[in-house]
Design a binder for this molecule. Structure first.
Ligand code: BGC
Length: 273
């Protein structure tokens, strides 16, 4: 095992964060890391309330502050109710991570309209609804002295905003769309000092891709796509998010940060081409 970098210390003290899809996987990692960096955290979930509550309990026991709020991000009424509840409990929000995402994989010829619509609904429409409510709250509340920015919006995109993915056209389409959503609103909101950026994880060990690393054979095949030779873990991504949300990244607007062990470096070309 390689040595792990230390946790991001107290970069976010006094700030309030909301993370969608925070009951497992990358979202859970982000919620825990933002709390370790000093932020109060809303742990959003739609299923597995117990998992969300355990994460909040762990954070609260460690001296942080976390609350769980249920909302399906593809539903406008539920997203608005979640923001209202977060503001009621925390006063306002400074950091919003639009992270919730799903896969419903199928070859094009087998894909149902339902599989297409579900993925568009959560990954893309959910991103729009969450970002809109975040921007409305930042603008309503105005500057506060916990950050140089009026607010930060961070999308969890994917290497598949760039890499095409056979058998997953619904998912890849949402991530390509998310790139334009992120860049367009980053351009629109930058004059108000709202920083909008994306992180683009590669293969990270989470429930969404469990099959791809569940056996040693599967993991070895996956590693062939990763120049650094290691499948990632949520903390690899979460550390970057904590930094991106902090004033250390104050000049970052509209960036896509690939956190992928080199997956987007076309590893097939290392020996061919
Ligand atoms: C997907 C994972 C996949 C990874 C790399 C992610 O966006 O959700 O299932 O392992 O991209 O292909």
């Amino acid at each position: 095992m390689n040595a792990q970098p230390p946790p991001t210390h107290r970069l976010l003290t006094g700030q309030n964060a909301l993370v969608t899809g925070a009951n497992s996987g990358i979202g859970e990692g982000i919620a825990r890391e933002l709390a370790a960096a000093g932020a109060n955290v809303v742990v959003n979930y739609v299923v597995q309330p117990d998992a969300a509550q355990t994460i909040c309990d762990d954070i609260n026991k460690a001296g942080g502050k976390a609350i769980a709020i249920r909302a399906d991000v593809s539903r406008e009424d539920q997203v608005q109710a979640m923001f209202a509840e977060a503001v009621r409990q925390f006063g306002t929000l400074d950091i919003v991570c639009s992270n919730a995402g799903i896969q419903r994989d199928a070859k094009l010829v087998d894909m149902t309209l339902d599989q297409w619509n579900q993925v568009i609904g959560v990954n893309l429409t959910g991103g729009f609804l969450v970002a809109r409510e975040a921007a409305r709250e930042f603008l309503r509340r105005g500057m506060r002295d916990v950050s140089c920015a009026l607010g930060k919006i961070i999308f969890t995109s994917s290497v598949h905003q760039e890499i095409p993915w056979a058998g997953h056209c619904n998912y890849a389409t949402t991530k390509g769309g998310m790139m334009q959503l992120m860049e367009s609103i980053a351009q629109e909101l930058a004059p108000q000092k709202i920083r909008v950026n994306s992180i683009c994880p590669g293969a990270i060990k989470t429930p969404i891709n469990h099959k791809a690393w569940a056996t040693p054979e599967a993991e070895a095949a996956l590693e062939k796509l990763i120049p650094c030779g290691r499948v990632g873990v949520p903390a690899d991504v979460a550390r970057v998010v904590a930094w991106l949300a902090s004033d250390q990244a104050d000049y970052l607007y509209g960036a896509s940060i690939y956190i992928d062990g080199g997956m987007t470096l076309y590893p097939g070309f290392a020996t061919g081409g």
